[in-house]
Ligand binder design. Structure first.
Ligand code: TSX
Ligand code: MN
Length: 620
């Protein structure tokens, strides 16, 4: 399509403005068709940056290898350029918007020379849903265009939905590598050096300007930039929640379903949980989202979650027919692989795929690579942040209602992190405010390599620390406000804190995880039904010792450990939150959360109190 096919004068004017400034060789508007995808992909193949995979192994799939400087989101080059610094808050890099625009205008001038400028009109959420948001990404990257085609709804239907004066979020992107006359990428992933990379957000004007990176969340602007950072700001203003959450449907043997959302920091297996295969007979899990959920109240007063993406951009290493067969099948065809190893017969391979490397490989940097199992320090063949981009509808366990324009009513919200000690397998909040407190303290242990002076826990509130587009203290306040806005508190989702990652003192996993997590989901389902066996503890509600069926290999002693309330451990936790975590947010930290911390501490001390009356007054 061309600009002439667009009937939205505001959009046409913006396209022309960017074209005149960035001076691409041509302008092309995506219609979202399959032929178009193939054409763009062929262009990338011709430029030597995409490799077609063996159609007998991975039909209609391609491998890209990025530049080693461009392999992940770069938080230190990510900016929230709000008018006031306070509105970016303590968790974001702030720059004055006028100053940042000036800097970026310097970089954007002529930056698309020698390239095609693509106009991607996309919808986050099903086309036509009143809760969806339309964005327009202008980019000079075929890789970005093809990934956006999979990850979002793109093209004609969205352009129609936008009409002649619909609102859209302006998303400008360039890889920052203009080409000389007759030059092409010639096998080199285009990007700019790190100090010229900018992932800039202008929350007041709902704009995203990204420069210099072609990778993932830096460049596929619908995902982290729009559906989280800009959407959190819109959600605050409009009274809803944009969250880093998977959505799953849990069905019991009687056929009754409940919807669960879950937010975990990275490397906790969100995609695996979203696509879990229960080990308990008769229970089923279906997937609606593995990464992002937008939540708002329905007319019936319940909180509804809508899936906003159309694909999965999943971490590859560790994905196997054992850990996540549904993801393996989803990524078997029509998939873009980035930074994994290539086999001699043009299939892909990676660490943790579940079988040995077949012969000589080409690693993610393009070098020959032969597996050496005697060398523990061998560099991996696939980058640890290598990815698959696969259409959601290829997932065998995709939920039939994943595109419901109203979303689905949520029964439970899960928070979790990687915590080898202290945090039990599962505990539940008593109220929405208590649940907001649990979300605010989420964190994972820091691996030895990153251990600094701190407590050894990296806090990542609601798994949203890098994705809150405004002041994180105000974000907590907004969470509390959403709870208060419920027309009936009993209709609110129940909030839980789960921890699949408990270890013994000897470092052995206490819980088998994966499909056996369905046992925890079952208890949560029963809590929502009001039929679960629960006990009240100082930290919230918990299962009784026999409320959760033990998986094979988990002894009663293990279960006691998994469900133990470690009073001293929790008191250390309280201290860490009080000294190291909550002060980060200063005056913006809502009083209600400080009060939650105080009452948790009091309840823990009362439980420790051995004067016999349980009052905590003896101060022991
Ligand atoms: O995704 C994981 N989940 C959630 C699954 C639905 N992982 C992988 C995390 C990195 C992405 C897990 N790892 C989980 C888990 O529940 N649990 C663990 C830890 C663990 C690893 C191996 C074993 C047990 C626990 N067992 C053996 O190795 C035999
Ligand atoms: Mn994510």
């Amino acid at each position: 399509m061309t600009v002439n096919d667009i009937k939205h004068p505001g959009l046409v004017a913006w396209i022309n403005e960017i074209k005149d400034y960035c001076t691409p060789d041509s302008v092309y508007v995506l219609d979202g068709s399959a032929e178009e995808y193939d054409r763009l992909m062929q262009k990338a193949v011709k430029a030597g940056i995409a490799i077609p995979l063996n159609p007998e192994k991975k039909p209609h799939s391609f491998l890209f290898r990025s530049d080693p400087s461009d392999v992940a989101r770069v938080e230190k080059r990510t900016f929230i350029a709000s008018e006031k610094q306070e509105d970016a808050g303590p968790t974001n890099n702030w720059v004055d918007p006028a100053e940042l625009k000036k800097t970026l205008m310097g970089l954007y001038k002529g930056c698309m020379k020698g390239r095609t400028m693509y106009v991607i009109v996309f919808s986050m959420g099903p086309v036509g849903s009143e809760f969806s948001k339309i964005g327009v990404e202008i980019t000079d990257s075929e890789y970005v265009s093809c990934n956006m085609d999979i990850m979002t709804r793109v093209g004609k239907a969205v352009i129609e939905e936008l009409g002649t004066n619909g609102f859209f979020i302006h998303c400008l992107h360039s890889v920052g590598k203009p080409l000389a006359e007759g030059e092409n990428d010639n096998g080199m992933w285009p990007c700019a050096p790190i100090e010229k990379k900018y992932i800039a957000h202008f929350p007041e004007t709902r704009e995203i300007w990204s420069f210099g990176s072609g990778y993932g969340g830096n460049a596929l602007l619908g995902k982290k930039c729009l559906a989280l950072r800009i959407a959190t700001v819109m959600a605050r203003d409009e009274g809803w929640l944009a969250e880093h959450m998977l959505i799953l449907k849990l069905t019991n043997p009687e056929g009754k379903s409940r919807y669960v959302t879950a937010a975990f920091p990275s490397a906790c297996g969100k995609t695996n949980l979203a696509m879990l295969i229960p080990t308990i007979p008769g229970w089923q899990v279906h997937t609606l989202s593995d990464d992002i959920a937008w939540l708002r109240y329905g007319k019936d007063g319940r909180l509804y979650a809508m899936s906003v993406e159309a694909g999965f951009f999943g971490v590859v290493p560790g994905t196997s027919m054992h850990s996540n067969p549904n993801a393996m099948i989803a990524a078997q065809k029509n998939t873009i692989y980035t930074n994994v190893a290539l086999t001699e017969d043009k299939d892909v391979w990676w660490e943790g795929i579940g079988y040995d490397a077949p012969g000589k490989l080409i690693d993610w940097q393009g070098n020959e690579w032969v597996q050496d199992k005697t060398n523990k320090d061998q560099k991996p063949s696939s980058h640890p942040n290598s990815r698959f981009t696969a259409p959601a509808n290829q997932c065998p366990c995709i939920s039939d209602d994943w595109e419901d324009p109203h979303g689905v009513p949520v029964s439970a919200i899960l928070f979790g992190g990687r915590r080898p000690s202290t945090i039990p397998l599962v505990h539940g909040a008593r109220t929405w405010t208590h649940g907001t407190f649990l979300g605010s303290i989420v964190g994972s242990e820091i691996t030895a390599a990153a251990l600094d002076a701190g407590s050894g826990i990296r806090r990542d509130p609601m798994a949203m620390k890098p994705f809150i587009g405004y002041n994180a203290g105000d974000y907590f306040k907004h969470w509390l406000n959403v709870g208060k806005a419920a027309k009936d508190q009993s209709l609110l989702p129940r909030i839980f804190y789960v921890n699949w990652f408990r270890k013994t003192a000897e470092g052995k996993w206490l819980w088998p995880g994966y499909g056996d997590n369905s046992r925890v989901l079952k208890w949560i389902f029963e809590v929502c039904d009001g039929t679960a066996q629960t006990v009240d503890t100082p930290i919230g509600i918990m299962p009784t010792l026999d409320a959760i069926d033990r998986p094979e290999g988990v002894t009663e002693e293990d279960m006691k450990e998994l469900l133990n309330v470690d009073i001293d451990g929790w008191l250390r936790e309280v201290e860490d939150i009080r000294k190291n975590h909550y002060p980060i947010f200063g005056d913006k930290l809502p009083k209600e959360l400080w009060a939650q911390l105080d009452s948790l501490e009091a309840d823990l001390k009362a439980a420790k109190c051995d004067c016999g009356c349980g009052c905590g007054c003896c101060g022991k």
